[in-house]
Every structure is written in structure tokens, then in C-alpha cells.
Design a protein around this ligand. Structure first.
Ligand SMILES: *Cc1c(COP(=O)(O)O)cnc(C)c1O
Length: 429
């Protein structure tokens, strides 16, 4: 084994004494793939470097934000420039207007926007807004979609269709998840039944329009359009959680790509360019209900702070340049087609789901339409692939349920290396 681990091992031992599991977000711990997390010292373009001096070709991009690669010079200099004027004022700044205008121009459903500090805050606030606006309590969500860690999202399906939800984590009052109904992704009939049984009670339907938190799962052809129709018919708010897909699958997100317009949209990850930013936005009529314009309360001491705004503005300015998404997708297709061909050659069952620069691998021959299907894929193959790649200086997401996030700093020669290692891996199993 050529990968050195001594420093990371020592740091991990210390970290575990200081922080739960040694990490500040669970999936970083490598618990699902085995091994120990590498402690990262710096990043540059498509590469990250750990404390032992190992170089890895990175396919996590900090779980989505870094579509322009690590330490992109334009973003770093925009952030440095903003820093010279101070870090936060708790008063409005011009930069908030600039990023708001960029987001409104980009995302079809957004006429007004509110910035927050994370994706979790964005989805949590969007649901409060939907509930306040409709004066209803129940939300419908889908198994396998992730919307952050607010109480009412940490709920799993009850024993029967449209029954009360069950908490999926200790610490969550039953009463809170009783107004969350969880349905299988892509199951429009189940959603329709719930609406029929609760005609005036559903505040919102929230989903990832392209699901990237159970691997990459595509919506069936009319699924989003049918959800749109049901929400219209029953006066419910359709929320697209585009924290991952926003500015990732296209400049206007999944809603632009798939041409279905929700009432509210949540954003995060890329809009902060690597700094903590989230946002929610939508129709003026709905957004005007948020305080101080309206009575639905939501606030944030550091929300819209100038450093985070500078990260977002400089990122979006780059993404706006002509042909950015086409050329990125073209290069990503080279990788995803390569995976498919090599797997086929070696008779390894593999489905590669790719949207823009988001790629998900499922080791199976069967269609993957929902979380149950994902559980039936061969996750153990992904886990051994993760270890095999890590030993060859390629850093894949340390979980079979996560997408690969590719940046414009990943080039064909990097993909050739990945495909060469993939071929060796296929031979080895
Ligand atoms: C990452 C993610 C979130 C949560 O965002 P955080 O910034 O981690 O709180 C919410 N929804 C989706 C779709 C995500 O991918």
C-alpha cells in the first residue's frame, strides 16, 4: 500500500476525543465504506492533499459546492478582496443585492429570495413558509431524498400508506413527524391517494427533482409534471429542493432542465462557492409573507454576510459564461460512458446515472427508481471500489449513496486515469 496514513490516524485519534466520531458531519467519518478519514490540508483544482502529503484526485468537491474545483483563483481573490472590508455587519450590503439578482435571473421559479447559512436552514424555512402561507400542517416527502436535518424531515414511512410518520432519529418528538408523510420516490399514485384522503390538509410536497442523496435517481418522465398538477389541484405548495442540483445540472437547476416550475425552491452548496450559504425563494406573492414584509418569522445573524456573498457572486459569474455547462457535461460524459463500457466488457452489472456534472453508480442490472431499489443494488461492490480507488490516489465519495461531483478542473487525462483504475478494479473482482 502506497498511501501513508500516519498523520491522519493520529489526528483522527485526537479528533475522536474532542468531537463526536471525530467529525462535524457524520458521512465524513468513512463509517459506511470502512477505514479512517483522511485529514485534508489543502486543495488545488481537482486535487486534495492530506496531512500525510498524499495527493488525491477528488470526486466529492466538498459534497457539491466546488463545481469550479478547489482554490479557484478567481473565487479566492474575490473572497480576499471582500475580507479587506470586514467580515460581517449585521446590516444590508450591496453584495446581497448582486447575488440575489443573479439567483433571480437564473432560477425560473424565483422572483424573490432570502439568504440563509445552510441547505438545512433553507429547506426548514421553506416548509415554514409553505405552512404559514397555506395555513396547513402536513408535508409530503420522499424516501431517500435528503433535505437537511430539521426535525420534521427526520421521519420515515409508517406501517401503511398515508399513516403517521415515525421519527428516524432519537430526540425527535412523535408529534413533530406526525405531520410528515413519506412516500416512495416516483410513486405518483401514492401521492394522489394521500391528496384524496387529505384534500385540505397538505401544505407542501418537497422533493429533490433529481435525487442525488441516494445515489443519483432520475424522476420518471411525468413524475414532476404530475406533482405540479396535484399541487395546483389541491392548493398545495410544490417545493423543489435544489440545494444539490441548483447551478449543478444546469445554470437554472433541475427546474430549467426538466421544465417544471415549483412554487418555492431551496438552494445551497454551489451558491456559496465553498462558503456557508443557503437560500430559498419563489413567487413574490408567497415570499412576501416572510418577515419583515410579512408575519412568518425567519432570521439569521450571519445571513447574507459579505464574505459568503463574494464566494457566491464570483462562482455564479464564472458559471454564467457561455458554454460552461455544455463543455463540462461533454467531458463528464466521457467518464460515465467509460464506466459503462468497461463494466460491460467485464460483465459487471452497472447503471451510471448522469445529469450534468453529477454522476451516480449503481452496481445492478435492474432499474433504480426509488430507495428500495437502491437498497437492492450491490453496495458492497461500491465500498470495495472506494477502498481500491483510495489506494490509487482517487478520492470517491465515502458512501455508496452519494453522487460524484465533477468540476471544470477535471480534465480528460484525469478521467483516463480513473478509467484505467476502474478497469483494474473490475478485473480484480
Ligand atoms: C446537502 C443538502 C441539504 C442540506 O444542506 P446543508 O448545507 O448540509 O445543511 C439539503 N438538501 C439537499 C438536496 C442536499 O443535497
Amino acid at each position: 500500500m502506497k498511501i501513508k496514513k500516519q498523520q491522519s490516524e493520529q489526528l483522527y485519534e485526537i479528533a475522536k476525543k474532542l468531537m463526536p466520531g471525530g467529525v462535524n458531519s457524520p458521512v465524513r467519518s468513512f463509517k459506511s465504506v470502512g477505514g479512517i478519514p483522511h485529514f485534508i490540508k489543502k486543495g488545488n483544482g481537482p486535487f486534495i492533499y492530506d496531512e500525510d502529503g498524499n495527493e488525491f484526485l477528488d470526486f466529492t468537491g466538498s459534497w457539491g459546492p466546488l463545481i469550479l474545483g478547489h482554490s479557484n483563483p478567481k473565487i479566492i481573490s474575490a473572497i480576499k478582496e471582500a475580507l479587506d472590508d470586514g467580515t460581517t455587519f449585521g446590516a444590508p450590503t450591496k453584495k446581497e443585492n448582486i447575488l440575489a439578482q443573479l439567483v433571480i435571473d437564473a432560477v425560473p421559479s424565483i422572483e424573490k429570495v432570502r439568504f440563509v447559512n445552510s441547505g438545512t436552514e433553507a429547506t426548514m424555512s421553506a416548509v415554514r413558509l409553505a405552512r404559514g402561507y397555506t395555513n396547513r400542517d402536513i408535508i409530503i416527502k420522499f424516501e431517500g431524498c435528503y433535505h437537511g436535518h430539521a426535525d420534521f424531515f427526520l421521519s420515515k414511512a409508517g406501517s401503511g400508506l398515508a399513516t403517521l410518520g415515525q421519527p428516524s432519529s432519537p430526540g425527535i418528538p412523535k408529534a413533530v413527524v406526525e405531520s410528515t408523510i413519506t412516500v416512495n420516490f416516483n410513486d405518483i399514485n401514492a401521492v394522489e391517494k394521500i391528496f384524496e384522503n387529505n384534500p385540505n390538509k397538505i401544505a407542501a410536497v418537497i422533493l429533490e427533482p433529481i435525487c442525488g442523496n441516494m445515489g443519483v435517481v432520475k424522476p420518471k418522465s411525468d413524475f414532476l409534471k404530475d406533482l405540479r398538477k396535484l399541487c395546483n389541484r389541491y392548493g398545495s405548495i410544490l417545493i423543489f429542493d435544489e440545494v444539490m442540483t441548483g447551478f449543478r445540472v444546469s445554470y437554472g437547476g433541475a427546474q430549467e432542465l426538466l421544465n417544471v416550475i415549483p412554487d418555492l425552491t431551496t438552494l445551497g452548496k454551489i451558491i456559496g462557492g465553498g462558503l456557508p450559504v443557503g437560500a430559498y425563494g419563489g413567487k413574490k406573492e408567497i415570499m412576501s409573507k416572510i418577515a419583515p414584509e410579512g408575519s412568518i418569522y425567519q432570521a439569521g445573524t450571519l445571513s447574507g454576510n459579505p464574505i459568503a456573498m463574494a464566494g457566491g457572486i464570483s462562482t455564479l459569474m464564472e458559471l454564467k459564461s457561455k458554454g460552461f455547462y455544455d463543455s463540462l457535461e461533454k467531458s463528464v460524459k466521457y467518464l460515465s460512458n467509460g464506466f459503462r463500457e468497461i463494466a460491460k466488457e467485464h460483465k459487471i452489472p452497472l447503471i451510471v446515472n448522469q445529469y450534468g456534472s453529477m454522476v451516480g453508480l449503481f452496481f445492478t442490472n435492474l432499474e433504480v427508481n426509488n430507495f428500495e431499489d437502491v437498497l437492492n443494488t450491490k453496495i458492497d461492490i461500491y465500498n470495495s471500489m472506494h477502498g481500491y480507488f483510495l489506494n490509487n490516489n482517487i478520492y470517491l465519495p465515502p458512501s455508496a449513496y452519494e453522487a460524484f461531483f465533477i468540476s471544470n478542473s477535471h480534465k480528460i487525462n484525469h478521467f483516463d486515469k480513473v478509467l484505467k483504475i476502474f478497469k483494474e478494479f473490475c478485473k480484480s473482482i
